[in-house]
Design a protein around this ligand. Structure first.
Ligand code: PLP
Length: 359
C-alpha cells in the first residue's frame, strides 16, 4: 500500500524486515528483546545506543538529557506545566491549532496561568503567526510551540528567539524531518509514532538547567527529575518501542542523516503541492503557502461529494490514509520520512488523473 497515514504512520520497510529477522532471537541471546529484563546489560546497551544515535543525528549538544517516557505526547501537555510552572510563573503558548490548544488547555485545567503569546485563529489556523507577532509574558517559565500542526498541515519554517525564556517544542509530527538547531530549545518532545517508530514511547530532550529545583509534590511518574536521575529506567520502559526507534534512527543514519531526509522530504512535498498549485483551483491547498508543512499536506476539493469520490478511488488504487482529520474534513497526505518518493509520485499522478476525469 501507499501509506499516507497521519500516525501511527509508515515505517521504513528495511526496519520492519530487520525487526522481523530479530523478532524471535535478539543478537544471539536465545530470546526476543521483548522477553529480556530492562535491567539486563543488553537493554542498557540499547538504551544508551538509542540516546547516542539521537544525539548524533540531531546534533544535540552536551548538557541535555534524552528521556524515553510513556503516556504519549499528550502526557507532556500536563507534565510540562506540572513540572515547570511554579507559583507566580506563567506558561506562554503560541496557538497554532488543535495540538497547541490541547497543550495549553491542559495547563489551564491544572489551574495555571496561561498566556497566548500569538494565535493564528483569525486565519483559521491555516498559517503560522509571524515570529515578530509573538509576545512572551514577562513572567513566563517557558514559551511552548507546536512545531508542526498535524491536523491543519502548517509548520514553523523558522523558530522564535526567546532570549532567556526557555523554548519548548512539541515536535511529534516533524522531528528528524529536517535539521534543527537544538541549542535554541530548552526542551523538545515527540510521540514516536510518526517519524521515530511505533507508538508506546515518547522522547523528551531536556536541557539540564530545566531539571533543577523541580517540585517534588507531584506524582512520581510525572516528574522529569525521576526519569532523568534513573536514565529512563525508573520503572519498566517500553522496551520494544525503544528497540524500534533504535532501528529507525540507524535507518536515518544509513540513508544520509537528517540533511538527506530534508532533501527528500522537500522533493516529495513539492510533487504534491505542485499538483495542487497547477490544478487551477481544482485542488485547494488548506495551509497558507509560506506555512505549508513538509509532513502533513492538506487540501480540499470543490465539494464533500467530490472528496468522498477521491478517497474511494484512491483507496481502490492502493492509497491509504488520505482522509483529513475528522475535526476538519478534506484530504491530508502525511508524507513522513518513511514514505518513499515513489508513493508521492504515484499520488501526484493519481491527483492529475482524477482532475482530468472530473473537471
Ligand atoms: N502533538 C502532535 C503535534 C500530534 O500530532 C499528536 C498526535 O497526533 C500529539 C501531540 C499527541 O500524541 P500522542 O497520541 O502520542 O499523545
Amino acid at each position: 500500500a501507499y501509506n499516507f497515514n497521519a500516525g501511527p504512520a509508515a515505517l521504513p520497510l528495511a526496519v520492519l524486515e530487520r525487526a522481523q529477522q530479530e523478532l524471535v532471537e535478539y543478537k544471539g541471546i536465545g530470546m526476543s528483546i521483548m522477553e529480556i529484563s530492562h535491567r539486563s546489560k543488553e537493554y542498557e546497551a540499547l538504551n544508551t545506543e538509542t540516546q547516542e544515535l539521537l544525539k548524533e543525528l540531531m546534533g544535540i549538544p552536551d548538557g541535555y538529557q534524552i528521556l524515553f517516557l510513556q503516556g504519549g505526547a499528550s502526557s507532556q501537555f500536563a507534565m510540562i506545566p506540572m513540572n515547570f510552572l511554579k507559583p507566580g510563573r506563567v506558561g506562554s503558548y503560541v496557538h497554532t491549532g488543535a495540538w497547541a490548544e490541547k497543550a495549553y488547555k491542559e495547563a489551564k485545567l491544572l489551574g495555571h496561568e496561561v498566556h497566548i503569546a500569538a494565535t493564528s485563529e483569525a486565519h483559521d489556523f491555516m498559517q503560522i503567526p509571524e515570529l515578530n507577532e509573538i509576545e512572551i509574558h514577562p513572567d513566563s517559565a517557558y514559551l511552548h510551540i507546536t512545531s508542526n500542526e498535524t491536523i491543519g498541515g502548517t509548520q514553523f519554517q523558522e523558530y522564535p528567539n526567546t532570549g532567556n525564556v526557555p523554548l519548548i517544542a512539541d515536535m511529534s509530527s516533524d522531528i528528524l524531518c529536517r535539521p534543527v538547531d537544538v541549542s535554541k530549545f530548552a526542551m523538545i518532545y515527540a510521540g514516536a509514532q510518526k517519524n521515530l517508530g511505533p507508538s508506546g514511547v515518547t522522547i523528551a530532550i531536556i536541557r539540564e538547567d530545566l531539571l533543577q529545583d523541580l517540585p517534588k509534590n507531584i506524582p512520581t511518574m510525572l516528574r522529569y527529575e525521576i526519569h532523568s536521575t534513573n536514565n529512563s529506567l525508573y520503572n519498566t520502559p517500553p522496551v520494544y518501542s525503544v528497540y524500534m526507534v533504535n532501528l529507525v534512527l540507524k535507518w536515518i543514519k544509513e540513508n544520509g542523516g537528517v540533511e538527506a531526509m530534508e532533501q527528500t522530504n522537500r522533493a516529495k512535498a513539492k510533487l504534491i503541492y505542485d499538483a495542487i498549485d497547477e490544478s487551477k483551483g481544482f485542488y485547494i491547498g488548506c495551509a497558507a503557502p509560506a506555512s505549508r508543512s513538509l509532513m502533513n499536506l492538506t487540501f480540499r476539493l470543490a465539494s464533500e461529494e467530490l472528496e468522498k469520490s477521491f478517497i474511494k478511488q484512491a483507496e481502490a488504487a492502493g492509497f491509504v490514509g488520505l482522509k483529513g482529520h475528522r475535526s476538519v474534513g478534506g484530504l491530508r497526505a502525511s508524507a513522513y520520512n518513511a514514505v518513499p518518493m515513489e508513493a508521492c509520485e504515484a499520488l501526484a499522478n493519481f491527483m492529475r488523473d482524477f482532475q482530468q476525469k472530473n473537471s
